[in-house]
Design a protein around this ligand. Structure first.
Ligand SMILES: *Cc1c(COP(=O)(O)O)cnc(C)c1O
Length: 439
């Protein structure tokens, strides 16, 4: 087998058999489908460095050499692949990107995964792979603005793929919108942006599967907290740029799903990842692979603080939206679907009613009391705040925003964990008292 000159993994060989190189989900005794995502991550194959380093070596090569000329044609014919440590070119599989992808598959409990250069490229690639020309998507009407624009403007214009946007809490409407033989997939977010509506993934998957339709879920808002594939979804997409990166310094994405899908996306003739080429750089993949082991710890602290602040904000009489509060419409649902001990997510929304009030508060919080930063995105160690209606959801028109429940004064906060909880809370209270909202 060792016919290429690429470095060999020198680590402990308990999980070293060739079949496990690509497929991360192993049937291990005592490991169930409802497995904790951190436990699943620890079960994933650990790649060691070429010289025995505790961290893997970065395979920075764009291209790979072979020992015999015949090997090349066998690789292109699909006979020899990454599952046996044969690599062709890094727009196709790259060992370092594959290592991160294996971690992502373990995190989400899918058979396989592959990482991409952004969350949007992961979403666009999987939609283009699963849909046919003139195809149909049933999607939640509460979606990330970019995804909403892709479905409502770009895909209909370019390839005649149309989308029916539905309220995914209305199961009857979802069922009616799925046209057997025409609908290619059902698409929603496990925790929606920015209203923090929690999707009933088991029920939505059941409805879609009854009509033979694939379910794709964006889990960007709730890694570790929710595991859509363990709840019945077929494919999970991520913007790794958010919580998974945690550093607000990298744009990246992933598609987690069946090995058949991931392989089809890499097909030399038909694969959206191979042919459109939203490739992740191996050096970026290495950096991200070093951050996944502490994702669980970070999520717990994001969630702990978001819960504490949401509870205190509510006590002060503010209009706060947070799935951990009993008043949240899906509080009971997330309690039953969520992975234990991770909490209810790292984001909360504060409805200030008008954009003017929202802006005044954010200005005080950033420029006077230093509670957080006015910025889009989420999952950073600092608190990030944005007014959704005039920023990340501005691609939607007024009516669409009203239907999605986005008030003009909705301030989305991604709660950070640096500084102490009490220090940060006093900064928040100081801004409120400056606004005359508390004494
Ligand atoms: C940010 C985001 C995306 C897009 O990801 P990029 O990495 O910015 O391309 C998709 N979905 C959700 C829910 C997001 O928050």
């Amino acid at each position: 087998m060792a016919t290429t000159v690429v470095g060999r993994n020198k680590g402990p060989s308990d999980n070293d058999d060739a079949d496990n190189l690509f497929i991360s989900k192993k049937k291990m005794p005592g490991v169930s489908q409802g497995e904790d995502p951190a436990a699943a991550l620890a079960h994933a194959r650990h790649e060691f460095g070429e010289h025995g380093g505790v961290n893997m070596s970065i395979e920075a090569s764009a291209t790979f050499t072979v020992m015999e000329p015949e090997t090349m044609s066998r690789m292109f014919a699909g006979e020899l692949g990454p599952d046996r440590d044969f690599f062709i070119y890094s727009r196709h599989f790259n060992p370092t990107v594959l290592n991160l992808s294996r971690q992502m598959a373990a995190l989400e409990g899918t058979e396989a995964a592959y990482c991409t250069s952004s969350g949007m490229s992961a979403i666009a690639s999987v939609l283009l792979q699963l849909c046919v020309h003139g195809g149909h998507v049933v999607a939640s009407r509460t979606l990330y603005g970019g995804t909403h624009a892709l479905l409502s403007h770009f895909l209909p214009r370019v390839c005649g793929i149309t989308t029916s946007f539905v309220d995914i809490e209305d199961f009857g409407a979802v069922n009616d919108a799925i046209v057997e033989g025409k609908t290619n997939l059902v698409y929603f977010e496990s925790m929606s942006n920015p209203t923090l509506m929690v999707a009933n993934t088991p029920e939505l998957s059941r409805i879609a599967h009854a009509k033979g339709v694939t379910v794709v879920v964006d889990n960007t808002f709730s890694p570790m907290v929710l595991s859509p594939a363990r709840l019945g979804a077929d494919v999970v997409v991520h913007s790794i740029s958010k919580f998974i990166s945690g550093g607000a310094d990298i744009i990246a994405g992933a598609v987690c799903g069946p090995a058949k899908l991931v392989n089809s996306m890499m097909d030399l003739q038909q694969g959206s990842l191979m042919l459109l080429g939203p490739t992740m750089n191996a050096k970026v993949a290495f950096e991200l692979a070093e951050r996944l082991p502490h994702l669980g710890l970070r999520m717990k602290e994001h969630c702990h603080r978001a819960m504490a602040y949401a509870t205190r904000m509510k006590k002060l009489g503010l209009k706060v939206i947070y799935p951990g509060l009993e008043a949240h419409p899906q509080h009971i649902l997330i309690k039953s679907l969520g992975n234990k001990e991770y909490g209810y997510g790292g984001l909360l929304c504060l409805d200030m009613e008008t954009e003017e009030k929202a802006n005044k508060l954010m200005n005080l919080l950033q420029n006077v009391t230093q509670f957080g930063l006015m910025a889009v995105s989420l999952g950073y160690y600092e608190t990030l705040m944005s007014c959704s209606g005039s920023s990340t959801s501005s691609e939607m028109n007024l009516e669409e925003r009203a239907l999605a429940g986005i008030s003009p004064g909705l301030v989305r906060m991604s709660i950070g964990y640096n500084g102490t909880l009490e220090q940060r809370w006093s900064q928040f209270e100081k801004a409120l008292s400056r606004m005359g909202l508390i004494k």
